[in-house]
Design a protein around this ligand. Structure first.
Ligand code: PLP
Length: 387
């Protein structure tokens, strides 16, 4: 009998990966599966980025890099943040890690322990709640409601702060809802946090590049008054279709930089060098491929939102950002899990039950529209026949 640590029983998972595995198994059995389950762009990484990664390997970049990332990459991040969000960031505050996830893990390890309370969006990215529980801290869900466009209410959030609150996690544009939090709520949150100087804030802005209908991303970096306790997470996975490369970063406050660097040294030493060179090419090179991907996502978004609203018993709110639609399916008489299973088994369409993103997701289903317009149209037609 192996003596596993009891903390393991508190570690959750990301169900989208399980749905992906099931969908792949069905496909291997010869079933025609359309995957609207997994949250990754269906595009290839733009060619000039791939070439930069290959060139780095050929040029002999085979060793360790500084644990916090190559200086040229951290400078490119700072320049990119200035270009996109009009903010000044010191490259010394940028810490490069293998993807978006390590930043959330390290932030929660830094602020989570038994007795601490950490707030997180629900429905929200499932890894937040998983790692909060793993750290021993108490997870405090912030309910996101359809009637508010799945944005948090600053008043509600502020009312839940206690002397034990150590960290608040927010995410806009959001997974799984596609919701975008308006500037007015963020203004109120930042103002309200003045009364709670002991609380750190992690803003997950991994979808900062994906907003539609002329909306502009509001980065928490634009609020100098909370820079001394803000962790702003972003990365390359979604924007540059680089999920498999494993590259992300966060801007950390001065007080956290040494701690997070130590966590990196203990965990992974550094991100592999060639990937970092590819990341530099992504930020410093032409952004035309990114713009083209966004045009495609916007087209598909319209198809899926309109198509879902035309289904009996289904109501889909405007999907303002990211590449997800999060329709309410209560009118079909199916629970979220029943709908997920039925659509996959009987229509060959992979989606993810809203409950995979927290209890508040009951009655909802997440559709990722990172798939071709033809496949999305076909998936909608199959579900329509089924319903
Ligand atoms: N944050 C959110 C909200 C996400 O949806 C994801 C991926 O789905 C991540 C972070 C993690 O991204 P990465 O694949 O770069 O670790």
């Amino acid at each position: 009998q192996l003596k596993f640590a009891s903390s393991l029983s508190r570690l959750g998972t990301e169900s989208a990966f399980m749905v992906l595995a099931r969908a792949q198994k069905l496909a291997a059995q010869g079933k025609d599966i359309i995957n609207l389950g997994i949250g990754q762009p269906d595009f290839q990484t733009p060619e000039h980025i791939v070439e930069a990664g290959i060139k780095a390997l050929r040029d002999g970049h085979h060793g360790y890099t500084p644990a916090n990332g190559l200086p040229a990459l951290r400078e490119a991040v700072a320049a990119d943040l200035h270009r996109r969000h009009k903010v000044e960031v010191n490259p010394d505050n940028v810490v490069v890690v293998p993807g978006g996830k390590p930043t959330m893990f390290f932030a929660v390890m830094m602020f989570g322990e038994p007795g601490a309370e950490i707030m997180y969006p629900n429905p929200g990215f499932p890894i937040y709640e998983s790692v909060i529980r793993y750290s021993g801290a108490t997870p405090v869900p912030i309910a996101l409601e359809e009637k508010n466009g799945f944005a948090f209410s600053a008043e509600d959030l502020l009312s839940k702060i206690t002397p034990n609150t150590s960290l608040i996690i927010i995410n806009s544009p959001a997974n799984p809802t596609g919701g975008v939090t308006p500037r007015s709520e963020i203004d109120k949150l930042v103002k309200g946090l003045e009364a709670h100087p002991h609380v750190a804030l992690m803003s997950d802005e991994i979808y900062s590049n994906m907003l539609y209908d002329g909306r502009e991303h509001v980065s928490l970096l634009q609020y100098p008054e909370i820079r001394d306790r803000l962790i702003m997470l972003d990365g390359w996975s979604k924007t540059y279709a680089m999920t498999g490369w494993r590259l992300g970063y966060a801007v950390w406050p001065d007080a956290c930089v040494d701690h997070v660097t130590r966590l990196c040294i203990n965990d992974h030493s550094c991100v592999n060098a060639a990937t970092q060179f590819a990341g530099i090419a992504a930020l410093n090179g032409p952004q035309t491929a990114v713009d083209e991907m966004l045009v495609q996502f916007d087209k598909r978004r319209k198809i899926i939102v309109n198509g879902l609203n035309a289904l009996p018993g289904v109501r889909c709110a405007d999907a303002a950002g990211a590449f997800y639609a999060f329709p309410n399916i209560e009118g079909t008489g199916l629970t979220a899990m029943q709908a997920q299973d039925k659509f996959l088994d009987e229509a060959g369409v992979a989606t993810v039950a809203g409950t995979s993103f927290g209890a508040w997701g009951e009655g909802y289903l997440r559709f990722s529209y990172a798939n071709s317009a033809e496949n999305i149209t076909e998936a909608l037609s199959r579900i329509s026949k089924l319903l």
